[in-house]
Every structure is written in C-alpha cells, then in structure tokens.
Write a protein that binds this ligand. Structure first.
Ligand code: MSP
Length: 659
C-alpha cells in the first residue's frame, strides 16, 4: 500500500444548490481521507465545481446573469456547505480558475501531439443536462434522455474528435485485469459497453462560448467533460510537492457518470501518458421516495409526510455527525438507498446514544466516585474468561474494520464497531460494577472491569473518528485523551486499547442527544418539507359567481408574469385523478417547463397538445410529491368536470407576455 492516499469527488455542476446526493459523496470522501490520515498516510482530498458548458450558460442567461457570476454564486454555496458537514477538503477546484484552464490546454496539446485529436463534423442527439450525446437506442419513449427524462436536441457541428476507438483494447484489459472499476456490477457493465465498440469522441463545441478555448482554434471550446475530468490532475500541478499524490487512489462517483470516469478519463490519461487512477468507485443513488434526489425538493418516503433533503437544514437540526453517521453507516456503499429522515434519528438514538454513548456515560461516574477521577489499572491476576473474550474481540474488530475501510466497505466496518460497543455493554451488565462498588474488598476487581470498559470506549471512539470526528473527539476528551493524526504514525488501533492508568478523566455533558419522543417529534416537525404535497389542487367548484376579491393596485397586477405557452405534451398523473402533467414551451432558453394542472376531469391529455394556454409564469414552484414539481399554473375557469383553459383567438410566439 502506498504511503500517499488521494481521494476525489466529482466536481459538481453549479446550476443549482448542493443537495443531499452531493453531500453523500463528499462525506464519504472526507471520511476516507480521515481514515487514511489516521493510518499515518499522507492523505489528500479534492472536491470542487464544474462550471463550463451549455447547461450553465443557459441557466445563467435565464437569470439574466453573466455565466461566471452565476457560477460563483453557486460554487460558493458548495464551498460553504462542506464545513457545516465537518467536511474538510484539502483543495477546492473551480474549472474557471486560471490554474485549471492552463492545465486543460496543456493536456489537450499533449494528446494532440500524440496524434489523438483530429478535426471532423458531428451530428447527434445531445442531452444538455448530461452535457453528452446519446444514441437513439439509449433514449426512452418520446426521445427522452434516460438519465434526466428530458428531451434531447439534435446538434450538428464541426468538432475535434478524440481517438477513443484506439484505446478500446487497452481499456478492456484494464477493466478485466485490475480493480480499476468497482464494484463488480459496474465493472461488468462497462466491459459490456466497451465490447460493443467505441467510436471516436467529439471533444470540442462551436455552438456555445462558455468554456475553455481550444489551443490554436478559438472558435472551439473544449468539451466540458474533457475540461472537467482533468481537474483531478490540474489541482495538483501548481505545487511540485503534490506530484506524489498522483495517481488518485480512489475516485468516487455515482453511477450516472461512471462511463465518463471509466472509459473517457483513462483513455485521455493513456493518451496524455499519465499513470491511471487505482480505482474508480461508483456508489449508488440516495433516493427520495424512489427517485434520485436532486435539486428539486425531496420527499421523505412512502408515508404522506415528506422531509427536507436540504443538507444545511438537516445539519442545522440534527448536527453534522449524526447525518454523517447515517450516510456512512446506513447506506451500503455501492447500493441505492432511500433517504429517510426518521431513520437518521432512529440510528442516532439506538446506536450512538443508547449503545456507544451509554457505555461512556455509565462508566465515568465510577471513575469519579471510586477512583478520584483517574483511570484505574488492570489487575492481570483478576482477569478471567470474560476479559479475554473482550480483548480478543476488540483485536479482531480493530483489524477487520481497518481492512473493511481499505476495501470501501466502511458501512460494515462501522457495524463491527457497534458490535464491540454492544459487547462492552453486555460485559458491563454481567460484571455489575455497581455491586462491586459496594465493598472495598472488590476495589481492584472494580478497577479491572472499569478499565476494560473504558478500553472498549476508547477503541470504538477512535475507530469512529473518521465518521463522527467531533463526537469521537468529545468522547476521547472525556477519557482524558486526544486523537492525533500524524504522518508516519498509525493511530488506528491494532487491538483493544486501554486508557493509561492514572489518566485524569474529564466528564462533561453527554456527548449524544437521547432523542426522546418529544425531541424526535420536534425534530421531525422542523424537518418537514416546506410545501407538503397537496392531494389535489384547488379547483373552482360551483357554477355560481365567485365573491369579488379585494381591489389591488396596477403595480400589484404587474407583478404577475402571465405568458403565452404552447403545450408540447400532456399525460395523466398516476393515482391523481384531477391532475395532468404538461410540458409547456414558454420560449425559454432553459427548455420547456413542467406544469401540473388540475384539469384532468375536463380534458383528455391529447386534446391539449399544440394548444396555446395562458400561464402564470412567476409563481413559486409547487411540489406535488414523488418528484413531481409544477413550475407555473394555467389559467382556467368553470366547474372542474367541464372547465375551460384560457387561450387566445390567434397564435403568438411562445413566451409572449399577456397584459
Ligand atoms: N459535473 C459533473 C461531474 C464532473 S466530474 C469530472 C456532474 N456533476 S453533478 O453535480 O451532477 O454531480 C453528480 C454527482 O453528485 C454524482 O456522481 C454523485 O457523486 C453525486 N450525486 C448527485 N445526486 C446523487 C444522489 N441522489 N445519490 C448519490 N449521489 C449523488 O455530474
């Protein structure tokens, strides 16, 4: 094993705020970084933001902002979130930084000098959300991108190609003979993908401006993935001392971008003559009510109540370590997992408070009362089978959980720590220190028991430090200890590790909140999603004339942005009799909007397609649950079974303002 460790997360798109899915990958990277530094390795962790490309250019334009200002605003939101989560990257790279731009141009020239880049023409189906071309075969019904379920666009342009096809055999060899792709399922998928044959890859664009200029041909900007992938390398290049970290030990991604990282990326690196990352690990999705969590507000599961998936709000209510614990312990690394706020609390209560915290809380009072606040010593003559069992189990857990971390099975490593803490609690129960404390004659035996329990707490707290850094330090602090990660010094326990006899303990407030019923209810109330899904939208009921509404000033009316829109598609919403989900073109650069309208009793979906409707375009989005969010409202009137939507007696361009 190398004595350096380099972990990366994807660099996140800056077209929106960070959500729990971004937090997930980044927390795992942070925990890995902490684990490896605890082992005495020189460890480094990189994250950052991906700021070029059509998607960002369009989103910025839709807000009337310059792309860089828009990117900066969102990059700052990512940067600000990480410390709240106890996440401490060694570097944060933005693809708009000069160091990155220069690096990408240099690597482009290197690949070109190898004869791997040539000029040609490309026509294809492009998904702006993916920033990638799709084949016909991949598309869902209706020509939708399989990842984003949004329409793709036909693009034709002069482009530079990268000779990806040249690397097909080398990639297959890499996949088959090394553990470059993990886990196994993803490896098999990528082998199957490459076996189908690789075409050369279009790596420049002329259709938009917001990107890095191709060296020697400023009409072209570098394809955003060629640009973005090199961040992992350009971030090390300013300082020669960082060269030791290359290649990355592990690059974390979710399965949405596994192809970019396991096919394109190693091919670029082979062309550039750079050593390849040891592993690209593709983890699963955090799901919210069965859907990948995303920038739209999430739902908290099958129950009617939905909870926020906003990481800052979750941290605010629950604390960083509790959220980290859940993400690292509950989610099997590599599998999809439903993100459920009640489960975050349940884990924290049962495992952190009632198992690990309890062990500490019930033991320290004996040290204070009987041993003057100093850790007692072990009397070897008084140790029996139970102590031997505890010591042996502790050693096994220390070794096994360390090995599990090394192989990206931290969720199992944490489970072993819990088992040890449970054994510690059983030992405490069976040895009944409260009985031993009654007689002076049992003092040495009591000291031996307490010392063993404290050894369990110390060992467990040390092994949980990568997961819950603040709480682990607090537990160790109460034991009078400090955890120090130093290069060249392996601080991971090799065995059940005793607290040196005589150490002055420093008891304080319980480290973990107990989460009684009232606290839990308050937390759940605080974490409810802002706009719980309404079963059905309000619709006018009776044919009678509605009561007049209070007078408003013209200025107030002018605040309502009414626009003409063309309905592109319409479909029923499962289990919601009144609702239709419409895709409406408002002439916006960002593409058509989804609008959910309570008109299903009056209109068949197909009757609406092509119709021009009047849309309240600046209404706050409304969340109908299960990932369905409405971005606007149609004007309509009449009883719900026979209502009519407002329209005009002649056609206008979509997006025309209605005044
Ligand atoms: N900018 C590209 C990556 C370029 S890397 C050279 C990108 N950005 S992204 O903002 O869409 O982030 C995708 C990544 O965020 C996923 O690969 C994953 O790491 C993380 N996740 C986003 N949503 C997630 C879930 N719902 N669940 C788990 N991980 C999630 O793709």
């Amino acid at each position: 094993m190398r004595d350096t460790f380099y972990v990366t997360t994807p660099i996140y798109y800056v077209n929106g705020a960070p959500h729990i899915g971004h937090a997930y990958t980044t927390v795992v990277a942070d925990a890995l970084r902490r684990f490896h530094s605890l082992r005495g390795r020189r460890a480094r962790f990189l994250t950052g933001t991906d700021e070029h490309g059509l998607k960002i250019e369009r989103e910025a334009a839709a807000r009337g902002m310059k792309p860089l200002d828009f990117a900066t605003e969102n990059a700052d939101r990512f940067r600000a979130l990480w410390p709240l989560l106890g996440v401490a990257p060694d570097d944060f790279i933005r693809t708009t930084e000069a160091r990155h731009i220069a690096g990408v141009q240099k690597w482009w020239q290197t690949c070109a000098a190898r004869g791997d880049i040539y000029l040609g023409r490309y026509k294809g189906l492009y998904c702006v959300a993916c920033e990638g071309y799709k084949t016909e075969k991949e598309l869902l019904d209706g020509g939708l991108c399989p990842v984003h379920e949004r329409p793709v666009e036909t693009l034709e342009e002069e482009t530079y190609f990268f000779r990806l096809s040249k690397y097909q055999d080398a990639l297959l060899k890499l996949f088959r003979e090394t553990s470059f792709i993990q886990p196994e399922t993803r490896r098999n998928e990528m082998i199957a993908f490459v076996e189908q044959g690789l075409e050369d890859l279009s790596i420049s664009r002329t259709s938009f401006e917001w990107g890095i200029k191709v060296p020697g041909d400023p009409r072209h900007v570098v394809y955003v993935w060629f640009d973005a992938l090199f961040n992992y390398r350009t971030a090390l290049e300013a300082d020669p001392a960082l060269e030791a970290f290359w290649p990355p030990t592990v690059q974390l991604v979710a399965k949405d971008i596994v192809r970019f990282h396991t096919v394109y990326w190693p091919a670029f690196l082979m062309s550039a003559g750079l050593p390849l990352p040891e592993t690209v690990f593709s983890h699963g999705y955090l799901l919210s009510a069965g859907r990948k969590t995303s920038k739209t507000p999430g739902q908290g599961g099958p129950a009617a109540v939905s909870y926020t998936t906003n990481p800052a709000k979750l941290v605010d209510a629950l604390g960083a370590d509790v959220l980290r614990y859940y993400l690292l312990r509950d989610v099997v690394f590599g599998n999809d997992s439903e993100f459920q706020v009640p489960n975050v609390i349940a884990r924290a209560r049962a495992e952190l408070a009632e198992t690990v915290g309890n062990l500490l809380n019930r033991t320290l009072p004996f040290v204070t009362r009987v041993f003057d606040g100093r850790v007692p010593s072990v009397d070897a003559a008084l140790c029996g089978e139970r102590e031997a069992e505890l010591v042996a189990h502790g050693a096994r857990v220390a070794v096994d959980s360390g090995a599990l971390w090394e192989t990206f099975a931290h969720h199992r490593a944490i489970e072993l720590c819990l088992e040890l803490a449970r054994l510690g609690n059983q030992y405490f129960d069976t040895q009944a220190p409260w009985k031993l404390a009654k007689s002076e004659a049992d003092r040495a035996r009591l000291g031996t028991v307490i010392a063993h329990v404290l050894a369990v707490v110390r060992t467990v707290a040390t092994m949980l430090a990568p997961v819950i850094p603040v709480k682990a330090a607090a537990m160790l602090g109460q034991l009078g200890l400090q955890l120090e990660a130093r290069e060249g010094h392996d601080a991971w326990p090799a065995a059940l590790t005793f607290v040196p006899a005589g150490t002055a303990i420093a008891p304080g407030e319980p480290v973990f909140l107990k989460y009684d019923a009232q606290t839990e209810a308050e937390l759940l109330a605080a974490l409810k999603a802002d706009e719980p899904a309404a079963a059905t939208p309000a619709a006018p009921e009776a044919p009678k004339v509605d009561a007049p509404v209070a007078e408003i000033a013209f200025d107030d009316f002018a605040k309502v942005d009414l626009r003409l829109g063309t309905v592109l598609s319409a479909e029923k919403v499962p289990k919601k009799d009144m609702l239709l989900k419409l895709s409406v073109d408002l002439g916006e650069a960002a593409g058509p909007r989804t609008i959910v309208s309570g008109i299903a009793l009056a209109y068949k979906p197909e009757a609406l397609v092509g119709k021009q409707v009047v849309v309240v375009a600046n209404l706050a989005p409304r969340d109908f649950g299960k990932g369905l969010v409405s971005h606007g409202m149609l004007l309509a009137c009449g009883p719900k079974e026979s209502l009519g939507v407002a329209t005009f007696d002649r056609a206008f361009a979509p997006g025309t303002r209605v005044k």
